[in-house]
Write a protein that binds this ligand. Sequence first.
Ligand SMILES: Cc1cc2nc3c(=O)[nH]c(=O)nc-3n(C[C@H](O)[C@H](O)[C@H](O)COP(=O)(O)OP(=O)(O)OC[C@H]3O[C@@H](n4cnc5c(N)ncnc54)[C@H](O)[C@@H]3O)c2cc1C
Length: 296
Amino acid sequence: MSTGVADPFRFFSLQVVRTKRLGPSLVRVTFGGPDLRDFRSDGCDQSLSLFLPHPGQSEPQVPIELGDHWWQGWRALPDDVRAVMRSYTLRALRRDPDEIDIDFVLHGVEAGAAVPAGPASRWAARAAAGDRVLLLGPAIADNRAIRFRPPEDTDLMVIWGDETAVPAAAAILESLPAGTRARVWLEVHHAEDIQDLVTEADAEVTWLVEDESRGEVPHRLKGVGGAPIPMALAALRATQLPPAEHPYVWIAGESSCVKQLRRHFVGERGIDRRRVTFVGYWRQGLTEEQLREQGE
Ligand SMILES: Cc1cc2nc3c(=O)[nH]c(=O)nc-3n(C[C@H](O)[C@H](O)[C@H](O)COP(=O)(O)OP(=O)(O)OC[C@H]3O[C@@H](n4cnc5c(N)ncnc54)[C@H](O)[C@@H]3O)c2cc1C
């Protein structure tokens, strides 16, 4: 994602229109505002940067009046003033009226949670109509914050995501044309987080539920040395994928799970690494700021 405001990304000033609880771990927040007229996206796993206010602030603090220099100005603001910047996925874009949906995982907000909630999860849990946010998002539909790019000759899509990537996987599935073969593994915390997915593709979707996996397959958060293990790894190793000459793999979610699955597809299954798109959406034990600092 660009850190400047040059095309194709720009700031959009939005307000919460409504929220809808999709399950114990997921809330859909619908945003609207006149700025959305200029918002364009081809969807799929379109990522966005969301800027959220701190508790007590009426709007997020980002010096967008500095134009291309907003980033330096934003970084210079005190920690408790500077808007919280987090990455999310466009779940849906509608017109008349202009609205977008973002689905937030509510991690750490339940009583007695092992890891305290981050600011975005906390914000989403309390979001209400009228709340203001800023979005750094696309003004050009085909942009580089869409990573899902299957080569034209793809004859099998293989998709894995944890609950943070369910919105992207759901949007990807909605975009696939009839006749596309897809094998999909999605991991969620609770059975009530399972959603009905809409697709014309010939897709076989397997939901893996952490609550139900205890004692059967390795628990996602109890790997060797504390590193999470994707529940899908055991399932995948035991699965014969449908025969395909040109598979394309898309994996997104917790970083070390993504790494292990990439190794499985490239190392164990011999899939051409250029046909594997992998994106770490979060890392166990690190906030998004800490993750970004490591990448800088
Ligand atoms: C391209 C991209 C697209 C994304 N799309 C979505 C999306 O559509 N919906 C969505 O919910 N998330 C999405 N994410 C993930 C989201 O940005 C992170 O989960 C983010 O860390 C949440 O911010 P926070 O302020 O709640 O927690 P942070 O302050 O960043 O982290 C606080 C603590 O919580 C832990 N943590 C962070 N996320 C989770 C989690 N999901 N489960 C358990 N512990 C967690 C961290 O390791 C840390 O210990 C996406 C990330 C990327 C990079």
